[in-house]
Design a protein around this ligand. Structure first.
Ligand code: PB1
Length: 322
């Protein structure tokens, strides 16, 4: 059968027919909103490079979480930004640290929200790397110890899911063991398993004050040309006990996400990162794109490629349209 017997436009003719044929549907349940938490009170500070995104203090965060809950968004991921930083990222696992206090407040205010915490040292170290240093090298195994302690401190504060974003080898197994040993067998691990040394993190680093003081993250984050290596990383993290796996960034790595969807059955997350978000906002501000349509299309592409969970700064703006 072919044209003129086959006419593909027959099923595109009306909105009703297009709705009936829609293969991919983005849902509110797919969305996770990243949030930045800083010290202080009454803080709701816009992030210049990310229109619509703010840095919150714990008290204003609670208001934001009520909006998130009322919009039907199921979860958030919290990034703590401490005032004091040091070489070993001491604030990362402090029982009274900024993100620990934010988790406690979040679970108290909105117990129905899934609270995920980013487990990394980069926001807490004065050198901005994701681990502890020996000279200018990020030392893997000592960093893993710090990351495991950090994850335990988040679980003690009430986190539902911990998400190691550091890309150290062996950290998922170490975090799983540390959580279980501390009585947190039910706290899940979302591993940033395939996380690339991407140019798309710039706005985040501005917002989180986490730009490396020297060098870059290529010695631990993945090299962008490598898709097979990403699947190896994901297999290793699954074997170490990850409950969900992430590909990050999202749009520049949809091939990796689709390959992961073909191979893995567990939940797959994709992080629509700060640069992906900011570039659409900038084009829309200049009138070069219909920003709402372009953002919706970008998130739909991530869902169509296989993501179950989409971490996106656009969660609040897109939710009312779903
Ligand atoms: O939105 C983003 O750009 C996310 C950045 C991301 C947060 N997990 C990391 C990227 C980076 O700065 O290398 C932070 C690293 N832990």
């Amino acid at each position: 059968m072919s044209f003129p017997d086959v006419r593909m436009r027959r099923l595109r003719r009306t909105e009703a027919l297009r709705r009936m044929c829609r293969e991919t549907v983005l849902r509110r349940d797919d969305l996770i909103l990243p949030l930045f938490v800083v010290e202080g009170s009454g803080v709701r500070e816009p992030v210049a490079s990310m229109p619509g995104v703010h840095r919150h203090s714990v008290d204003t965060l609670v208001n934001e979480l009520k909006e998130v809950h009322d919009l039907g968004i199921p979860g958030v991921i919290l990034f703590g930004i401490p005032t004091d930083k040091d070489a070993r990222g001491s604030g990362a696992d402090a029982a009274d640290g900024i993100v620990q206090r934010a988790v406690e407040a979040a679970k108290r205010a909105e117990p129905g929200l899934c609270v995920i915490t980013d487990v990394c040292l980069c926001e807490y170290t004065d050198h901005g790397h994701c681990g502890v240093l020996d000279g200018e090298q990020v030392e893997n195994d000592p960093s893993v110890e710090r990351l495991a302690a950090t994850a335990v401190s988040h679980a003690r504060a009430g986190a539902d899911v911990v998400a190691p974003s550091d890309m150290m080898d062996g950290r998922v197994a170490a975090i799983r063991a540390a959580l279980d040993a501390d009585g947190h067998r039910d706290v899940a691990i979302l591993s940033y398993a395939a996380k690339f040394a991407s140019a798309f993190y710039g706005p985040f680093r501005d917002a989180a004050e986490s730009t490396p003081a020297f060098g870059d993250r290529r010695a631990y984050q993945m090299d962008p040309p490598n898709a097979r290596e990403a699947l190896r990383e994901m297999r290793l993290d699954l074997a170490e006990g990850a409950d969900a796996l992430m590909v990050k960034p999202a749009l520049p790595y949809l091939d990796v996400l689709a390959a992961a969807r073909r191979e893995f059955d567990l939940p797959l997350a994709a992080y629509h990162v700060s640069g992906e978000y900011a570039m659409l906002k900038a084009a829309a501000e200049r009138g070069w794109l219909d920003g709402e349509r372009a953002m919706a299309e970008a998130l739909l592409a991530i869902k169509r490629a296989g993501a179950d969970w989409i971490l996106t700064y656009a969660a609040k703006e897109i939710a009312p349209t779903l």
